[in-house]
Design a protein around this ligand. Structure first.
Ligand code: TPP
Ligand code: MG
Length: 340
């Protein structure tokens, strides 16, 4: 993976001279580790349940990309909104949504966030300011811009984060949104999660401009490329972007250079890349291992780290248990919550 570069904007002044991101306090490292582990273990469990046939339909796992959403969430205040595409379980957990409700939605049960009727790609929580969960590639970009428009209209200082992929970045509505967002100075951070592939198509085969931080140049939207595998780099860049938006200066683009370890969806044999490529990223750049190694170097014991993992596994196991035993929706639910 290329070293992260900045484009368009000047240095934030937050980084150390050697280009490495500002260090976290021990508490921040521990929180980042816990939050990323929760996503990873949740996704591993979802993968298992899918394999057992307990989850049906589409299911896109976020394993490998955890630092992006966890680092960005560390820059938000309550009331800021988040919206994303279909690779959404990690975003929900990072927003504070309950693992039981998310897992039960995956298994199509009553206690799921959409009463078991939405599934993996269609969950929302107004209480946690999470606005989906969208299966139409790129749709969340204009919806996220709309959330920012509402904030502007209501004259509050909330910011919306619109996450989308490298593939989605080539959709037309993205650029219509960029134009309006800059024209009206809307407080939206566009976070392009560049995991190098759109289904089976690598960015180099589909994108004329592979530096996604430059995608806003013709609209005068500043952008930055960020090492999306380092949660500290994500948070530092996120803070700059969120502050920019909150100050009324308009939108901001962050290209997060990240990687997904699993296939596009559960049915993807991933023949478009080598096993070695995946293993190399996992070995050299894994976002969770990076934090674990820093904590161990800072004299946090292996035992302390194991107890965080155990706490997270308990949450995930309880969620999986609930999701397999909660009843399915009553058939009468077929006729509610639908437009007729
Ligand atoms: C409008 C639209 N076109 C095509 C699809 C089919 N599709 C689903 S995911 C996807 C690839 C998107 O890749 P990317 O934006 O890089 O996100 P990632 O899956 O890597 O997170 C495509 C083409 C769709 N869901 N919606
Ligand atoms: Mg992608």
């Amino acid at each position: 993976m290329a070293a992260p570069k900045k484009s368009v904007t000047k240095d934030s002044g937050q980084e150390k001279g050697d280009g490495s991101p500002p260090e976290f306090t021990k508490e921040q490292e521990l929180k980042a580790l816990r939050d990323m582990l929760l996503i990873r273990r949740f996704e591993e469990k979802a993968g298992q349940l899918y394999g057992m046939g307990a989850i049906g339909g589409f299911c896109h796992l976020y394993i490998g990309q955890e630092a992006v959403v966890v680092g960005m969430q560390m820059t938000l205040k309550k009331g800021d909104q988040v919206i994303t595409g279909y690779r959404d379980h990690g975003h929900m957990l990072a927003c504070g949504m309950d693992a039981k409700g998310v897992m039960a939605e995956l298994t199509g049960r009553r206690g799921g966030y959409s009463k078991g009727k939405g599934g993996s790609m269609h969950m929302f929580s107004v209480a946690e300011h999470f606005y989906g969960g969208h299966g139409i590639v790129g749709a969340q970009v204009s919806l996220g811009t709309g959330l920012a428009f509402a904030n502007r209209y209501r004259e509050n200082d909330f910011v919306s984060l619109a996450y989308f992929g490298d593939g989605a970045a080539n959709q037309g509505q993205v650029y219509e949104s960029f134009n309006m967002a800059e024209l009206w100075k809307l407080p939206v951070v566009y976070i392009i999660e560049n995991n190098r592939y759109a289904m089976g198509t690598s960015v180099t085969r589909s994108s004329a401009q592979t530096d996604f931080s430059k995608r806003g140049i013709s609209f005068n939207i500043p952008g930055r490329q960020v090492d999306g595998m380092d949660v500290r780099a994500v948070k530092a860049a996120g803070e700059e972007a969120v502050a920019w938006c909150r100050a009324g200066k308009g939108p901001y683009i962050l290209e997060m250079q990240t990687y997904r370890y699993r296939g596009h969806s559960m049915s993807d044999p991933a023949k478009y890349r080598t096993r070695e490529e995946v293993e190399k990223v996992r070995h050299d750049q894994d976002p969770i291992e990076q934090v674990r190694n820093r904590l161990l170097a800072a004299d946090v014991s292996e035992q302390d780290l194991k107890s965080i993992d155990a706490e997270v596994r308990d949450i995930v196991n309880a969620a999986a248990d609930f999701a397999q035993h909660d009843p399915e929706p009553d058939p009468s639910e077929l006729y509610t919550d639908v437009y007729r």
